[in-house]
Design a protein around this ligand. Structure first.
Ligand code: VG1
Ligand code: CO
Length: 574
């Protein structure tokens, strides 16, 4: 086994098109003979500048099939001239940690083994994603190139090598490959220590009376060791302040998705023990949820509030903020902060890959997505643990101004200053693709009619009505490289500033997920305490009737509703 290269004949598999964030399919699909190999070969073939002599980072959330996929990638990489791989121990690295390693070690990119917040295990999801040398997800130009190769592939190259022992850190050689296996946490932790003032956070946690209680939940995903290193080892909190912190290949059988539905173990303890600050992250560590006693921060508010406090609470931003951004469906709360601060603000399509160019060009510092993704230009992925430490920094700073301030105080103060954007997302998971596509086509036809703009849409259970200002398929021209992305979600904007958006998910592994987003802005203080569900009801009725969603998808209820105060798992009705 000298690393001799074998050329294996193969045939294309259909559907190897990377979605919003990499290729995600059921494990059983990846386990088919040649399936994973084809896609991995396509990454090496389509890699910008070719694969010869490149150094790549490799790691992921530790989900089922990760060790097998890592071995395949090493062998196909060796056969394609890759010179070095830097791996996380046991192939574990959070998505933000991969991005940080690519940037600090100046590698040519990385391969991530993750399906993020999707469940794991032999019957669940696996995923592979390619990141480029800036540390961010490959842009569409590259992912389209990868997809093109998968459509015509006839052979792949693989080196005959023994499996690598992934469990030991250090420098190794594997045939022609140089290998370094690193502790997954240390590089990332030093980066966070450069960004944040841990002494400030520590002093808030230890010198306040009564001491604020904290709970971090890794949902059995990859951030367990990161959370332990931060909360217990760095901040000196008790072991009881972290839970579900051992990465499991099936995430303990649940969804590693930090929302009020799937992070119920956190929600229950926060409520029962009246915990001041609770937080969770997803399977691969790029998402976050902030939840303290009686206070849930919507991701759209979270990014706006971080942007508002950044210069005051986070040393990394002391020199100033360059610009702000959000994905299209995310509420406009951050736009209002940008306006107040005189900063540029960008609206990009859903998916973190669209923020990278703006950051590289020095025009973007802080950005977020409504889907529990928040981050900054310290790396090129969204960063769950960063967002959680950012929120602790804000609370520490807020306590200096107003002793005893909690999450609710920060929220209320923000709304009083800037107004409140009510926001809600309905997810209809597991729909038939045909019906979901037909609903989108139906909406496109409605939008195309000349009298739609200017028409009035009425709610079904009240007198509320909304006048359409504009309606279209969202398209984006990247301000840096001029690339155009079309069909990024259907939106209706109303004259009062409210919005309705429909998108089909690009991260599911089978069938279709319809996402319906609604937003309404209010400057009426008496409404700030309202449950978003109440304030948004008329808009939701309008959305359901104009889209004929129930007719097309045969679903009368969503699976997950994310709103300002509560997210509930509805009965699955199909
Ligand atoms: C979802 C979210 C999107 C996010 C993407 C990846 O995509 O809506 O905002 O960037 O997941 O997140 P979609 O196409 O299913 O709506 V993660 O944590 O999977 O890397
Ligand atoms: Co994720």
């Amino acid at each position: 086994m000298s690393g001799q290269v074998k050329t294996i004949p193969t045939k294309p598999f259909s559907g190897q098109k990377p979605g919003t964030s990499g290729l995600r399919k059921k494990v059983k699909v990846f386990q088919q003979e040649h399936y994973t190999e084809n896609f991995v070969q396509a990454i090496f073939t389509a890699m910008p500048g070719g694969s010869q002599g490149k150094t790549l980072v490799l790691g992921g959330d530790g989900r089922y099939f990760s060790p097998e996929a890592a071995q395949i990638i090493l062998k196909i990489g060796a056969a394609n001239g890759i010179s070095k791989f830097i791996l996380g121990q046991n192939a574990l690295l959070s998505t933000p940690a991969v991005s940080a390693l690519i940037r600090s070690l100046k590698t040519d990119g990385g391969i991530l083994l993750t399906a993020s917040h999707n469940p794991g295990g032999p019957d669940e999801d696996f995923g592979i994603k390619f990141n480029i040398s800036n540390g961010g997800p490959a842009p569409e130009e590259v992912t389209n190139g990868i997809y093109k190769v998968t459509e015509t592939i006839t052979e792949y190259k693989i080196a005959e090598l023994p499996d690598l022992d992934l469990s030991k850190t250090g420098d190794f050689e594997l045939g022609p490959l140089k290998i370094t296996i690193v502790d997954p946490v240390s590089n990332y932790l030093s980066l966070l220590k450069e960004i944040f003032d841990f002494d400030l956070i520590s002093s808030w946690l230890h010198n306040t009376t009564p001491k604020p209680t904290v709970l971090f939940d890794a949902l059995n995903g990859v951030t367990g060791p990161y959370g332990h290193a931060i909360f217990v080892e760095t901040l000196g909190l008790p072991e009881s302040s972290v839970q579900q912190c051992v990465p499991m290949s099936d995430f303990g059988g649940s969804h590693p998705d930090p929302n009020l539905t799937y992070a119920h173990a956190l929600v229950e303890r926060v409520e029962k023990e009246n915990i001041e600050f609770g937080a969770a992250s997803d399977g691969d560590g790029d998402r976050n949820m902030i939840y303290g006693k009686g206070a849930f921060v919507t991701p759209s508010d979270s990014v706006a509030i971080i942007a508002d406090w950044a210069e005051k609470a986070i040393p990394y931003f002391k020199g100033g903020i360059k610009g702000l951004a959000r994905s299209m469906p995310t509420s406009g709360a951050i736009d209002i902060v940008a306006k107040a601060k005189g900063l540029e603000v960008f609206e990009v399509p859903t998916g973190w890959k669209f923020f990278g160019n703006l950051m590289d060009a020095g025009r973007l510092s802080i950005c977020g997505e409504e889907s529990f993704g928040t981050g900054s230009d310290h790396i090129r992925e969204k960063d769950g643990v960063w967002a959680i430490v950012a929120w602790m920094s804000i609370l520490a700073a807020a306590n200096k101004e107003q002793p005893g301030a909690g999450i609710n105080d920060v929220l209320l103060k923000h709304w009083k200053k800037y107004g409140r954007s009510f926001f809600s997302r309905y997810d209809y998971e597991g729909c038939e693709s045909e019906g979901a596509e037909a609903m989108m086509d139906h909406l496109r036809k409605v939008f195309a009619s000349s009298d739609f703009a200017g028409s009035t849409l009425k709610a079904t259970s009240s007198d509320a009505s909304f006048k359409v200002a504009s309606a279209d398929d969202f398209a984006y021209t990247d301000p840096i490289d001029g690339s155009v992305s079309t069909k990024q979600g259907l939106y209706i904007k109303f004259e009062d500033g409210s919005r309705i958006i429909f998108r089909l998910s690009g991260t599911g592994s089978s069938g279709a997920t319809v996402r319906l987003y609604v937003e309404k802005y209010s400057q009426n203080e008496s409404e700030y305490g309202l449950d978003a569900q109440v304030g948004l009801k008329p808009l939701i009725e309008v959305a359901l009737s104009i889209s004929k969603l129930q007719e097309y998808t045969k679903r009368d209820k969503p699976n997950v509703i994310t709103v300002s105060h509560v997210a509930v798992l509805k009965d699955f009705v199909c």
